[in-house]
Design a protein around this ligand. Structure first.
Ligand SMILES: CC1=C(/C=C/C(C)=C/C=C/C(C)=C/C=O)C(C)(C)CCC1
Ligand SMILES: [Fe+2]
Length: 544
């Protein structure tokens, strides 16, 4: 547990050349960026939850069969304030922190008043976002941080609120074929009009010559009022099809009143999240062409979804695949005390993730009888049952169980697709495996090795890809055996044959999400690493 989750990781800002075994395909040239928590203790203070840890970015640059690794802590305002104070002074998901612990209750109450609309953290530890030519790291607050994807250095802090009225946003934006970013956020402070806001950031600012950021051209596509003004739903991702957006208003909710008093009560933001098992999950479908939500009220049973996998349209229906849980207990598993217990053999029951396919009709047959199934597709057993008052109850098809951190060939996002690449979730706390799930044949391919803890597998297509799985998978593997170095694993995505490993003698952390940037996407002036850097890296490997 200490090695994997607890101990602070050492950053490696200078590139290190990896020891490659096997053969890296020559077409594979680019950089895999990954993000996740790397530090859970500052001075004498420790975070409570794994999602609280300070963001540690790492990258694998693959060039001409060689791999160069680096890692750097995000120099967020949060990181800098913590380092300066030598203790945790900024609140995170599972840890409430106080800038001045010597304050008495009255002055705490006073500070609380100025925290009613709290200034959230900019510790962007979850994912990356490409926005025009720029790269950002993301979390779920109103802040993103621009980074240099080559050196992993921290650049400007960006407050979404300057461009769109939101206090929270997902760390999982989508991209359309033109590279425009689509995302969704929650507005909780607009005079009690709590709403979800779907917004678009253009790939390039129209007035690019003036060197303006595309963020300045952010447009609101649609706003959906929250069903409850004081408790909007929590969500971690959403789905997009060619013409629509899928947003689940799930019964896992943020209690705004609890949030407003959390600081004075000394409890974390996480404690303001509640799963309401008596509630339903509402399915919102927004037409991107008109910016209007589809008027039919679709709903399903209570569930908690963190990751949408894909969504697409087929014969007048919209299908979407998600990884669903029966409740919100997944987030409890990630308290560091619980992770520790898991490793001492007292494993709490790990909730089962289930891949569910939902189908909703895009045109309602007004004459359909109450009780009839509106889905006539041969490809799915998912049903949408018409009820009175224009409501439709959606019953999903259960595809499989036991996978998380799903990835697809993103060229098939919004389209009919067949393969899910993911991380296998087992009930016992032994290292998990990487999976390929074939939705058509319902079969699996697996990769796993003793003591090896894989990260989310990222798919990179071959340049001349014809089939959906023509490509490779990249996964950073951390070892719980101190004798074994961490490595980048390169698998053939079609067969799961191992093509290569790139071992690095560094203190690698377990992470969350990543992004592969092919060299063809770089501005040639920013190509990395330079010959000089490569020389420096090789002399370092020589010393190691
Ligand atoms: C700081 C903060 C939040 C942070 C949430 C985080 C950091 C969630 C991470 C989720 C992950 C990593 C899920 C993986 O499946 C909230 C609750 C939005 C509310 C306000 C303040
Ligand atoms: Fe995620």
């Amino acid at each position: 547990m200490e090695v994997l989750f607890g101990r602070n990781k050492k950053e490696q800002p200078e590139p290190v050349r990896a020891k490659v075994t096997g053969k890296i395909p020559t077409w594979l040239q680019g950089t895999l960026l990954r993000n996740g928590p790397g530090m859970h203790t500052v001075g004498e203070t420790s975070y409570n939850h794994w999602f609280d840890g300070l963001a540690l970015l790492h990258s694998f640059t693959i060039r001409d069969g060689e791999v160069y690794y680096r890692s750097r802590y995000l120099r967020s305002d949060t990181y800098n304030a913590n380092m300066e104070a030598n203790r945790i002074v900024v609140s995170e998901f599972g840890t409430m922190a106080y800038p001045d612990p010597s304050k008495n209750i009255l002055s705490k109450a006073f500070t609380y008043l100025s925290h009613t609309i709290p200034d959230f953290t900019d510790n962007c530890l979850i994912n990356f976002m490409k926005c025009g030519e720029d790269f950002y790291v993301t979390t779920e607050t109103n802040y993103i941080r621009k980074i240099n994807p080559q050196t992993l250095e921290t650049l400007e802090k960006v407050d979404y609120r300057k461009y769109v009225g939101i206090n929270l946003a997902t760390a999982h934006p989508h991209y359309d074929s033109a590279g425009n970013v689509l995302n969704i956020g929650t507005s909780i402070v607009d005079k009690g009009k709590t709403k979800y806001v779907i917004f678009k950031i253009p790939a390039a600012a129209p007035d690019r010559m003036k060197r303006k950021s595309p963020l300045q051209h952010t447009e609101v596509l649609c706003s959906i009022p929250s069903r409850s003004l004081l408790s909007p739903s929590y969500y971690h991702s959403f789905g997009v099809t060619e013409n629509y957006i899928v947003f689940l208003e799930q019964p896992f909710k943020l209690d705004i009143l609890k949030m407003a008093t959390a600081y004075i009560r000394g409890v974390s933001w996480a404690s303001c999240l509640t799963f309401h098992r008596e509630d339903k999950t509402y399915i919102h479908i927004v037409d991107q062409r008109t910016g209007k939500p589809v008027s039919t009220r679709f709903y399903t049973d209570p569930m908690v979804v963190f990751h949408h996998i894909n969504a697409y349209e087929e014969d007048g229906c919209l299908l979407f695949d998600v990884i669903a849980y029966e409740d919100s207990s997944l987030y409890d598993c990630f308290y560091l005390d619980n992770l520790k217990q898991g490793f001492e053999g007292n494993s709490r029951i790990v909730p089962v993730p289930t891949l569910k396919r939902f189908a909703v009709p895009l045109c309602m047959d007004k004459n359909a009888e109450v009780g009839s199934n509106l889905i006539k597709l041969a490809s799915t057993t998912a049903r949408a049952l018409k009820e009175k008052d224009d409501q439709v109850y959606c019953q999903p098809e259960l595809l499989c169980e036991g996978l998380e951190l799903p990835q697809i060939n993103y060229a098939h996002n919004r389209k009919r697709y067949r393969y899910v690449f993911a991380f296998e979730v087992q009930r016992s706390p032994i290292p998990n495996k990487i999976l390929k799930y074939d939705i058509l044949t319902k079969s699996f391919l697996r990769w796993g090795e003793e003591h090896c803890w894989p990260s989310e597998p990222v798919f990179v297509p071959t340049p001349d890809a014809k089939e959906e799985d023509d490509g490779i998978l990249l996964s950073a593997i951390v070892s719980s055996d101190p004798q074994k170095l961490p490595f980048l694993l390169i698998l053939d995505a079609k067969t799961f044959a191992e093509l290569a490993r790139a071992y690095v003698d560094v203190d690698m952390h377990l992470d969350l999400h990543g992004l592969f940037i092919p060299d063809t996407d770089w501005d040639p002036r920013k190509q990395a690493p330079s010959q000089e850097v490569q020389d420096r890296a090789s002399s370092q490997t020589g010393q190691a």
